[in-house]
Design a protein around this ligand. Structure first.
Ligand code: BES
Ligand code: MN
Ligand code: ZN
Length: 491
């Protein structure tokens, strides 16, 4: 889908004008004038219910009315959803070109930059994953989407909105790519390409390096696999100041290892690298946006988790990079084992903040469902910024506790820690386990994205498969922690 920007309506000749309306409202003022100019009756009946559309043709052009739902519930999420509806209807009705008037978007009275949201949402709703189709078929979205009007700054803001969509699309592609292709080496290749294209620093350590660095916890997960692991370090500005450090779980396939998972839905475990994918997506956004307002470091421990004759067995004890010993009682609790060493490794960067993203526990899915991620944060400020930044961009987080009472059940009889406690409270124990590896004094947040990283839905900005969840939150965080910033969004 091509995004175009036109100064006025005439240039968009032939495009179908999309107009959004809350339930029960009627067109007033300049919106009436827009419709009248097309020769469309502004009093044409339309309910404005969420998901409803009406295509109207006038003597001078056509417009697509899209419902936003109940007026008191209309927010940026409802808007993104309506944009998704418009994109799908356009494809179904073979409308090749859509246009939206930026004055119309301003008049919706929503918080934030709706022209930018419109562009990002349209590009995400039009996403398809066709890399493995011998015939990719027709595009399931209009060929072009135009934003009409706007001011001097519009171009720059929409370029950033396109950059954000590209980052999310990369994360989706990586999650959707099967594990026989998207191996740890493949992810390292993606990191390398980003680094070359945008001038980032990059390192990719192999199995021997990982062992030599003392990452025994990470190594315990890749022991069973013939597919070589990688520990990827991406740095937006190696000479910059104290960085924001983001750690992403990169399990390219999680069979559970010796503690083998049941077969049902196991294929979805190709998406167990969604945390790492989100960070690669973020670096794509940073690159396309021409840089980040402060230094960002990504740490991506990447490996398969498979059984094999050399695989870690329940009861084995390993030593992590920070010297703590771990008794591995369940090899399916592998995410925390690779994250442990990546968190410990972050100490050398003296992070301003440390945030990890991981499809870490089924327990989190049980607790919160698929529409929200859990946030476990050591400071109220970090918790608040993640939740606020996330909700601005349609990525929701709900706070979970890191209470001391949840520490003792992770003590092992034979080692310092064991990698599981009870099934009850599983998401919290996973977070409490990670806390043991966070460098002293660093503000840290753990985001369990097991629910929202993947969807079966084909609606709003989503397509079935990987969602790219987390890319946008991280980009918001980068803006909020901009050098010399005050926590207000700077992007
Ligand atoms: N990758 C899974 C968690 C997961 C499950 C993500 C479903 C997305 C969808 C993780 O490695 C895992 O297997 N966790 C176990 C931990 C348990 C053994 C303590 C789980 O949640 O069952
Ligand atoms: Mn697992
Ligand atoms: Zn896993």
């Amino acid at each position: 889908m091509n995004i175009e920007i036109f100064r006025n309506c005439d240039e968009s000749d032939g495009a179908v004008l999309v107009m959004f309306r809350p339930e029960g409202a009627s067109w007033v003022g300049e919106d009436r004038e827009l419709l009248t100019a097309l020769g469309v009756d502004p009093d044409m009946a339309f309910s404005g219910k969420a998901g409803r559309t009406r295509l109207c043709s006038g003597a001078a052009g056509s417009c697509l009315l899209v419902g936003l739902g109940k007026a008191d519930e209309v927010d940026a999420d409802a808007f993104r959803s309506a944009v998704g509806t418009a994109v799908r209807v356009a494809a179904g009705q073979e409308l090749a070109r859509l246009a939206v008037d930026s004055g119309h978007l301003d008049r919706l009275g929503l918080d934030g930059d709706m022209a930018a949201e419109c562009v990002t949402a349209a590009l995400l709703a039009g996403y398809r994953f066709t890399a493995f189709k011998s015939d990719p078929g027709e595009d399931d979205a209009p060929a072009s989407f135009a934003i009409l009007g706007g001011d001097e700054g519009t171009r720059a803001r929409l370029d950033r909105a396109m950059a954000v969509a590209e980052g999310v699309r990369l994360a989706r592609d990586l999650v959707n790519t099967p594990s026989n292709v998207a191996t740890p080496e493949y992810l390292a290749g993606v990191a390398h390409d980003l680094a070359v294209r945008y001038g980032f620093g990059v390192q990719a350590f192999g199995p021997e390096d990982i062992v030599a660095m003392g990452m025994g916890s990470f190594a315990s997960v890749f022991r069973g696999s013939d597919t070589p692991a990688r520990f990827i370090v991406l740095d937006s500005d190696p000479d910059g100041g104290r960085p924001l450090v983001f750690v992403g779980k990169g399990v390219t396939f999680d069979t559970g290892g010796i503690s083998l998972k049941p077969a049902a839905k196991m294929h979805e475990m190709k998406g167990d690298m969604a945390g790492a994918a989100a960070i690669l997506g973020l670096f794509k956004v940073i690159g396309l946006a021409g840089g980040a307002p402060r230094r960002v470091v990504g740490l991506l421990p990447c490996t398969e988790n498979v059984p094999g004759s050399r695989a870690t067995k329940p009861g084995d004890v390993v030593t992590a990079m920070n010297g703590k010993t771990v008794e591995i009682l369940n090899t399916d609790a592998e995410g925390r084992l690779i994250l442990a060493d990546a968190l410990a490794y972050s100490a050398r960067f003296e992070p301003e903040i440390l945030v990890d993203l991981a499809t870490l526990t089924g327990a989190c899915l049980v607790a919160l469902g698929t529409k929200v991620a859990a946030v476990f944060a050591t400071t109220a400020e970090l918790d608040q910024r993640i939740r606020e930044g996330g909700s601005r961009v349609g990525e929701r987080y709900w706070p979970m506790p890191l209470w001391a009472e949840y520490g003792p059940p992770l003590k092992s009889d034979v080692a310092d820690l064991k990698n599981i406690a009870t099934r009850e409270g599983g998401a919290i124990y996973a977070a409490m386990f990670l806390k043991n590896f966070v460098p002293e004094g660093v503000d840290w947040a753990h985001l369990d994205i097991a629910g929202p990283a993947w969807t079966d839905e084909n609606a709003s900005v989503f397509r079935p498969g990987g969602t790219g969840f987390g890319v946008r939150t991280l980009w918001e965080l980068v803006g909020m922690y901009a050098e010399g910033g005050d926590g207000e969004p700077a992007l």
